[in-house]
Write a protein that binds this ligand. Structure first.
Ligand code: HAS
Ligand code: CU
Length: 541
């Protein structure tokens, strides 16, 4: 990353991501306080829902999209050793996406779009919210195009070589996101924007939820793939060893990209608009997409073991002690995998139809996704930030000790926050509620868990401030001469020969996705146009 202009482009993306993140963390703490009912002065359902909607949008769409774009540019330019294709276009995408965020923020913050980050109709918010979100998505599509063009051009110029694993993963994610975002784009363009502008009087929530489910599952893998990329291409080297298998990693990314797409109905198990046969089909796919995560867990732990043994670790678990726990990337991956055990377990419970009936729409679900997204996934975003910042600003990290403290507190805070959420779900607390006003034995049983959540949230807030403090201080320290600015990618333990096209290209997988999507979403969407459906009038704001 020798080019100053490129480093600036990457840094700007990452700063927007973490600025959104820190604002959303303050909102998160306010929300647990408000729900607990402990401070009557805070009680206000309208402020609460404006806050939850903004918090969700900032975390799920702004932090992620900007982080993924910035990280993608860093990977593309460093792993392909090529300048970023069409930098003015990349800047255009950045400003368009940022403008979209500001446009959406106005109605969100003024309570005119308190429709939550899933914006399920017939709730409807101000049109500026949907238009802003659309611009953010269009910005991300331009990023996808740049990634895929760089991927294709490099392959053409280097026909006998394998695409670097990091770029393969990034291109797979770009392809996944182009397919994934089409569902919500159709919903917003043809249903929500016309309704919010008053061009139509009613909306079909069944069709809207089906289109949203098309996006909702793959989007979580769009967020996850950068974390897995760091697992595979940074962690083994940082731990002092080698990647256990390059081919397994590619296979995992392919299965993630292909099978994350046709399975969204596990979000609609309890909805009436799709028949049970389609839900079964999507349910089977949901279990298939858990496999690449198991493969990833295995490969990454095997890579850590190789590193630990090379560093002198003996016995069954002796290698764990010899790992460099003081390296933020290594500490982060261990904590990330620990959170994945229970976060993934929760996912398997959700995916099992009968158990889903028990936990759907309860506090269990935010428990699941805070653990696996804000925990497993976002902790790797921090590790990547600690790794990239010094290379981007060409100065050493301000404090390694603070970085380690920040990662530990994030892990501890997230465990304290999400365990009670899971319990509350089993105790029957609904999700998406503000304060509970009725006091009976059931809601009294919730109280101790709510207190724990406030405490967990406070630790997380402190941890988030530490992250931003460390990054700002790194940027502001005086210039250090001769600081390295090259990303150090992990090498596989066995040299990889020339790979077959299905492990080195995405064209064939794109066709597989097209077929699977036509099967799994074709009829379920088309049926809305051939049967009698009833529209609902807009509700809210
Ligand atoms: Fe999920 C709902 C099913 C993964 C995010 N999920 C959500 C929502 C979000 C989300 C945001 O089937 C809420 C949407 C909303 O607002 O309505 N999810 C799954 C399944 C998986 C899964 C089966 N989810 C994720 C990931 C996310 C995410 C990843 C974000 C990044 N999820 C569901 C379902 C729902 C759902 C239903 C709907 C619920 C409802 O009713 O509304 C799987 O892919 C998970 C597979 C993972 C595993 C874990 C394997 C463990 C490993 C760790 C090994 C480590 C060791 C420790 C041994 C099976 C690999 C090593 C230690 C050392 C020291 C080295
Ligand atoms: Cu899902």
């Amino acid at each position: 990353m020798n080019d100053t202009a490129e480093r600036k482009l990457i840094l700007c993306h990452l700063w927007v991501a973490f600025a959104a993140f820190i604002v959303a963390c303050f909102m998160g703490e306010y929300q647990v306080l408000e729900r607990s009912g402990l401070l009557p002065i805070l009680e206000s359902p309208s402020v609460y829902f404006a806050s939850v909607s903004t918090h969700g949008v900032l975390m799920a769409f702004v932090l992620t999209t900007f982080f993924i774009m910035g990280f993608g540019y860093a990977i593309a330019s460093s792993s392909l050793k090529q300048p970023i294709w069409n930098k003015p276009l990349a800047w255009g995408a950045f400003w368009l996406a940022l403008f979209g965020v500001v446009l959406a923020a106005v109605p969100l913050l003024s309570g005119k779009a308190s429709v939550l980050y899933t914006f399920y109709p017939p709730m409807v918010g101000h049109a500026a919210f949907y238009i802003g979100a659309t611009l953010l998505v269009i910005g991300s599509w331009i990023w996808c195009a740049i990634m895929l063009i760089m991927f294709t051009q490099w392959k053409k110029a280097n026909p006998s070589q394998n695409v670097p694993l990091a770029m393969f993963a990034t291109a797979a994610n770009a392809l996944l996101w182009l397919w994934a975002s089409a569902g919500v784009a159709l919903e917003v363009l043809f249903q929500l924007i016309p309704l919010s502008l008053g061009w139509t009087d009613t909306i079909d929530p069944g069709l809207a939820r089906t289109l949203f489910a098309w996006t909702l599952h793959p989007i979580v893998y769009f967020w996850l793939i950068p974390a897995y990329t760091a697992f595979y291409v940074f962690v083994p080297k940082q731990a002092g060893g080698f990647l256990f298998s390059d081919e397994m990693a590619r296979m995992a990314f392919i299965v993630l990209a292909v099978f994350a797409l046709p399975i969204g109905f596990h979000h609609l198990y309890m909805d009436p608009e799709q028949a049970s046969g389609w839900k079964l089909l999507h349910g089977i796919g949901t279990f298939i997409v858990a496999l690449p995560t198991l493969v990833t867990g295995f490969t990454v732990i095997a890579s850590l073991e190789i590193a630990g043994r090379l560093r002198g670790g003996k016995g069954l678990f002796g290698w764990l002690g010899t790992l460099p726990w003081g390296n933020p990337m290594v500490l982060a991956v261990i904590l990330s995998l620990l959170m994945l055990i229970f976060g993934g377990f929760g996912g398997i419970v959700n995916a099992s139809y009968a158990m889903n009936a028990m936990v759907h729409n309860t506090a269990w679900v935010p428990g699941h996704f805070h653990l696996i997204f804000a925990g497993t996934t976002v902790i790797m975003y921090f590790a990547v930030a600690y790794y990239l910042w010094p290379l981007l600003v060409r100065k050493p990290l301000f404090s390694n000790q603070l970085a380690l403290l920040q990662l530990w507190t994030w892990f501890i805070g997230m465990s304290i926050l999400t365990t009670p959420w899971h319990v509350l779900g089993l105790l029957g607390q609904p999700r998406r509620i503000s304060t509970v006003v009725y006091n009976n034995l059931l809601t009294l049983a919730w109280k101790p868990y709510e207190l724990m959540m406030i405490f967990g949230g406070l630790i997380l807030l402190g941890s988030a401030c530490l992250l931003v403090y460390n990054l700002v201080k790194t940027q502001l320290t005086p210039y250090a001469e001769h600081f390295t600015d090259e990303i150090d990618y992990a090498e596989p333990i066995h040299k990889v020969g020339v790979l077959p096209e299905y492990l080195n290209g995405l064209t064939v997988w794109n066709k597989v996705i097209a077929v699977l999507m036509a099967i799994s979403f074709g009829f379920p969407i088309l049926q809305f146009f051939f049967m009698d459906t009833f529209g609902s009038s807009a509700w809210g704001n």
